[in-house]
Every structure is written in structure tokens, then in C-alpha cells.
Design a protein around this ligand. Sequence first.
Ligand code: CA
Length: 229
Amino acid sequence: MADSAKIFIVEDERPIARLLQLTLEKQGFKTAIEPNGRRAYERILQEKYDLILLDVMLPEMDGMEICRRVREVSDVPIIMLTARDEVIDKVEGLDLGADDYVTKPYDMDELLARIRGAIRRHSERVRAAEETRYVVKNMIVYPERYEVTVNGQQVELTHKEYELLKYLVENKRTVLSRDQILQTVWGYDYIGDTNVVDVYISYLRSKIDDKFGEKYIYTTRGVGYAIRD
Ligand code: CA
């Protein structure tokens, strides 16, 4: 993904913009160049870029203003390009929500490393935001990671305990019978004591409800168990 990413070069000094473009395209990135600040802002709103290289001093709208406005609507990675003596700009740039800054004249290898870093961090954030999770009160269950936290604290569960908890949270508020639980978590061919469900429910309660002093697992007498907010 990183190497076919599209980078928007917002820079009004043509030789600099051109050099950036040649270098980035040689590395396999797609690029677009815009020398005018206001047009750059409009293009960012209309088109999809994976990263923006943003010069500070630009005609019509400066890089700071572009960054501030873009951040109101987008979390696209932004790297500010600043002159060496624009120290205040650096600080402001980061406050405005830029991901990083590079001072001119910049080292190309360092710039490339920062570009790749910013794109990678962004795609990690997107992945994390898309990850399936179940939230019940202060408990979060991450089914893909086999992880569960309560109050931000990791809870250590065995594989079966986790499978049982996952089944309960996937069916939040639904009362599940012992048979349903047994068939789903232990399988149709399970031969053994049906009390195993009650035993594992008690394990979960001691590791979650009792440990954190909050009720998560409810019993419906004669029917089964449910997890509720
Ligand atoms: Ca400039």
C-alpha cells in the first residue's frame, strides 16, 4: 500500500516541487503538485490523497491555515515543510494537527522515512478504528486479538473462557441456554457433564465480575445466562 500511495505536493517553488515529485515517483509513489494554497485546500477536500507534503509560505492561503482547515474534516497525514528558521512555525504546525515537519533543505532519505512512517501510522490507526470490538460497561472484547480488558486492564482468560465470553458478548442481552452455549462453545460432539457451562460461568465471574466489582453476567433461573450493560 505504502509504495503506491498518492502524495500531494503543495509547494510553490517549482524546482523544489519537481525534485520532490521525481524522487517520490522513483520510489513508486504517485504524486500531484499544487503551487497555490487556496487551490491546494480545495483539491484536498475533493480528491483522495494518502499524504500531504505542505509548504508553509504559499500564495493565497498559507500552509498553517490549510493544515488547520483540513484537520476540521480529515485525518490525512500531513508533513509540513518549513524553512530552518521557522521554529515557531514548527510548533504551530504540530499544534494545528500536522503529523510531522521537515526543515528545508531536507535530506531526501530522511523525508522518505518520515513519509513512510506517517503513512504506516495512519493505516494502523484506520485498522484499529475498524477492528471489531464489543463493549459492555467497562469491558472491551477484541475477538480478532483474543483480548479482553476491563477498566483498561487486561484480563487473562483460558481459551475456553474466552470462547464463552465471546459468545456471550456477541449475543449481548440475549439469554443463552446451557445447551446453546454447550453446542457453540464446546461443540455438538461434546460428551461430558453439562455442568461444565456453570463451572466456566463461575470462572468468568470470578475473573471479571468479582475481580472488578461490577456485574456483567446475569443468570436467568431455569433458562441460562446473558451478558448485559
Ligand atoms: Ca513557499
